[in-house]
Structures are given as C-alpha cells and as structure tokens.
Ligand binder design. Structure first.
Ligand code: GDP
Length: 322
C-alpha cells in the first residue's frame, strides 16, 4: 500500500531532503506551504511534479485541519518553524507562535482529524541551552537560553504530552545543527563554505566572522532526515537525539574549508563583534548511543566530507567548479 506523508516546512532544507527520501520510498507527498507574495519554492522546484502543495499556515488551525482532512496522511512531519536564533531575540512572539504554538495547533488538528497518523516533531538541541552535562542524552534537563530554544521546549513537551495523554504516535527528534548545500548563508557553516569559494574565485576579499571558538555538533542534513524517517517506522513512538556525536570549532571549520580551496584562512578571516552572540549555548554535543543502538542509524558523512561537499558545491554554484 502506498503511504502518504504531509510535511510542514517542505520548502526548507530538511523538508526538501525528506521529500526526496520519501519519494525514493514510494510515498505520496503533500507539502504545507504558506502563501507568500514571492515564491518560496526554490528548494523543491525539482520536485514540484511529484509533491502536492496544500496552502496552510501553522498560525491558522482551520488550514491545518483542512490539509490533514484532504491528505489523510499516514505520517506528518513538522519541520516548519522560525529557526534562526538571532531573529528569535528580535521577534520573540512570532517565534513562539510558529515554533511553539504551531505545534499545539498541529497536534490538536491531528487528534481531531487523523488520530492514527504518526507525528514527527522537529525538536532541537537548543532546548538544552546551557546544559548540565555534556554530551547530552534524551534524559538531559532542558535549560533553553533563547526564545527559539524556549519555543522548541514547549513544542517538545507538548508532543510528549499528546503521546501520553491521547495515545498519539508522536515522537521528537532532538537534532543538532545540520547542514547541506541547501542551508541558508546566514548560518555559519554555509557562510564559511560560500565565503571560501567566493574568495577563491576573486568574488570577495575577506570573510567576517564572530566567535571562532564556538563549538557545534554538525551533522549532514540528508543523514538527519534518514533518522527522522526511521523514527516514524518503529512499532512504538520514542524520542531520539540526532547528531554526529562529535564537536568541531568554527576555527576548525574555517581551516578545513579554506584548505579545500588551497588557501590559508588566516590571510582572509577577520573577527567582527557584530557576529558575536550574547548568551551563547556552550558545549552542545549529542550522545547518539540510543539511536545507534535502537534504530541502527549512523551518520554517513564525516565533518571533513561535509565541508568538502559544500565548498565544492559553492564553487560550482558561483561558476568556478572544476
Ligand atoms: P546555530 O546557532 O547552531 O543555529 O547555527 P549558526 O550557524 O547560526 O551558528 C553556529 C555557531 O557559530 C554559533 O556559536 C555562532 O556564535 C558561531 N559563529 C561564529 N561566527 C559566526 C557568524 O559569522 N555567523 C553565524 N551565524 N554564526 C557564527
């Protein structure tokens, strides 16, 4: 039997990779898309013949109920959110609406319209904020340190509440930062791979960055969506950490990216306080033992491989690929 999936955030990095993955598995796919005056379908333009777009918005519950009633999905993936941490400081209410209350509207629509659907909530390592231990596990206390992490914490617990109270098949994937050539250039990984490519091609002279000592657990987005899908195929819903299990610093990232284009990063990178973050989350690194053990999931791309893939992609995109 053909399975049907509904994806919120299908126009984003994870949504587009998940749609590709589900297509390889023979799914019928519906994507919930917000109406906007400019097209936001670039990341899925190559999939438009294969996915069905439904209008809807996490701020509007009737639109969610209509979408679920029409799609009758077996699986619902909530990948939509306001996901940029600095913006969550300037637009905290909007972040709470999309990233927090949006989950409430969606869960309640599922409960009313399709209670047997499996539900995936994109939870985030930002729920740990200033963690009490490192690496973090599924049992580490949540101590979010910014409005984005706080909104994600609400979405996470509400998903658990609906699982326990209503018996929904609802699970949370606590993803650490995950990257790909479809990542926006406001995020540091893509900013650096694009920056190195631009400098190599003579399109830029320098790259301004913030805290070079910041460390992150970086995973490859196509690997992460594979984990999301696996979580939804289990007999019982459960929550899992999804990450690489290791950290690297921004400094290592810069050195590696400039290494790919054969340049010394120290000749081009300057530190600009503009990109420093107040209340930086520290030592966020996931313990991925549970997902390894229970789902036999393993990240397929190393840090170095990810950097190389993305720098080469950016070189090609900017017209200088070999
Ligand atoms: P996220 O915070 O994990 O969602 O991802 P980002 O890619 O935005 O930031 C990752 C880390 O890189 C943070 O610790 C930042 O402080 C650090 N960082 C250092 N320089 C920059 C920069 O120029 N831009 C961004 N976005 N982050 C930077």
């Amino acid at each position: 039997m053909v399975k049907t999936a509904l994806i919120t955030g299908i126009t984003g990095q994870d949504g587009s990779y998940l749609a590709e993955h589900l297509l390889t598995q023979g799914y019928r796919i519906f994507g919930l898309v917000r109406r906007s005056s400019s097209s936001n379908l670039q990341r899925i333009s190559h999939l438009l013949g294969n996915v069905e777009i439904l209008p809807g918005d996490l701020l509007d519950q009737p639109s969610l109920m209509d979408a679920i009633a029409q799609a009758q999905p077996d699986e619902i993936y909530n990948l939509a959110s306001q996901s940029y941490v600095p913006l969550s400081w300037t637009q905290p209410s909007l972040t709470a609406e999309y990233t927090g209350l949006g989950v409430a509207r969606l869960l309640d629509s599922i409960r009313r319209c399709k209670p047997d659907a499996h539900f995936y909530q994109a939870s985030s390592s930002e729920v740990f904020g200033q963690p009490s231990e490192s690496p973090q596990t599924e049992d580490t206390a949540f101590r979010p340190r910014n409005p984005y992490g706080t909104a994600k914490t609400y979405g996470h617990w509400l998903t658990v509440n609906y699982r326990q109270h209503y018996g929904l098949y609802a699970c949370c994937g606590i993803t650490y930062t995950h990257e790909s050539p479809r990542r926006g250039a406001e995020f540091v990984f893509r900013k650096i791979t694009q920056g190195a490519a631009k400098i190599k091609l003579g399109l830029a002279q320098e790259l301004k960055l913030g805290n070079l000592d910041a460390r992150r657990d970086w995973c490859y987005a196509p690997d992460a969506v594979q984990a999301m899908w696996l979580m939804m195929q289990q007999p019982e819903p459960d929550d899992y950490i999804i990450g690489s299990g290791e950290t690297h610093s921004v400094r290592e990232l810069v050195a590696c990216a400039f290494g790919v284009v054969g340049l010394d990063w120290q000749d081009y990178v300057t530190v600009d306080p503009e990109f420093y973050r107040p209340d930086e989350a520290v030592q966020l690194v996931g313990c991925i033992d549970k997902i390894r053990r229970k789902l036999q999931w393993e990240p397929q791309h190393s840090f170095e491989k990810m950097v190389e893939v993305m720098v080469r992609h950016d070189l090609e995109l900017l017209g200088g690929g070999e």
